[in-house]
Design a protein around this ligand. Structure first.
Ligand SMILES: Nc1ncnc2c1ncn2[C@@H]1O[C@H](COP(=O)(O)OP(=O)(O)OP(=O)(O)O)[C@@H](O)[C@H]1O
Length: 278
């Protein structure tokens, strides 16, 4: 066990599930209008499978963040369905969950953000343990009372992300790359089936970007579906198994990164084409 705990991000050690390719989510006719005049997403249809690492790309304002937040239930859909699966069968429409069901769904569908969303004054270990919030009573969390098994898992995750030495430091004292690694550990604490990452490398240097993308790849290889909003086509080619391209609120490409032609990129990005790595 001690040996296992000493492995780093090159070799994941967190409790794994067998890799599988079954369907975990089916998005059907999804749309979002902020106001009747401001539609951002229209007729969004795709299936998500276990073990995929899917990039979502498109120019600024295309609706990438809105889409991820809708999958996670933090933004309400205007129309359409997001069907999740359990044991190979359709289970629920995420757009119609009760408050309690939504809490459960958010623990199955973890999310990380560009600005990390850690609690600055709390130490790293506690921030990671807060990933168990949906399964722990608020009072216990307030007094930092967590099960030994949760602490062991948090430590294992921090070791995996090579950030265990900082476990007792306040989150506010970490670098951006370190904060994002902690945010990934926190999201994985709830043992999600799906991990959504909203521009997780936007503010990171190349070394930390590689680290985060490698971690997301490892997570996907364990059978968790990962969807990540990216602004770099180079990262899509280097790390992702599939890419969804959104233009003016509609999917205009869903397939292998190798199918992204210059003409498609031009359609997706228009005059922003020179601002992206490709
Ligand atoms: N809460 C909100 N209320 C009204 N409009 C919003 C809200 N959130 C986002 N929008 C608008 O929805 C559109 C899509 O925004 P979104 O953040 O999803 O785009 P994005 O593709 O993620 O962009 P970026 O790459 O710049 O992050 C934008 O026009 C944005 O201004």
């Amino acid at each position: 066990m001690a040996q296992a705990l000493l492995k780093t991000v090159t070799e994941p050690v967190y409790p794994l599930r067998p890799a599988a390719k079954h369907k975990v989510l089916s998005v059907r006719g999804l749309g979002k209008a902020w106001t009747p005049q401001q539609r951002v997403l229209d007729e969004i249809n795709f299936d998500l499978h276990a073990g995929e690492l899917v990039a979502v790309i498109g120019r600024s304002g295309a609706g990438k963040s809105t889409l991820l937040h809708m999958l996670n239930g933090t933004i309400a859909a205007s129309e359409g369905a997001i069907v999740n699966y359990r044991d190979g069968s359709e289970h629920q429409d995420v757009t119609r969950l009760s408050r309690g069901e939504m809490r459960q769904w958010r623990s199955e569908c973890g999310m990380i953000f560009q600005d990390f969303c850690l609690v600055p004054r709390l130490d790293v270990l506690t921030n990671v343990l807060l990933g168990r919030l949906s399964q722990t009573s608020t009072l216990k969390s307030f007094f930092k009372i967590f099960a030994d098994s949760d602490r062991a898992r948090a430590i294992e995750l921090l070791q995996w992300m090579n950030i265990l030495p900082q476990a007792l430091q306040r989150a506010e004292n970490l670098s951006g790359g370190q904060m994002q690694r902690v945010a990934i550990c926190r999201a994985l604490m709830q043992q999600p089936n799906i991990l959504l990452a909203d521009e997780p490398v936007a503010s990171l240097d190349p070394k930390n970007t590689r680290r985060i993308m490698a971690a997301l790849q490892q997570v996907s290889e364990q059978g968790i579906s990962v969807m990540v909003n990216l602004h770099s086509i180079e990262l899509v080619h280097n790390w992702c198994t599939r890419v969804i391209g959104i233009q003016q609120g509609r999917i205009i490409y869903d397939g292998a990164p190798s199918g992204l032609t210059e003409a498609l990129l031009q359609r997706l990005y228009g005059d922003e084409i020179n601002q992206i790595d490709h």
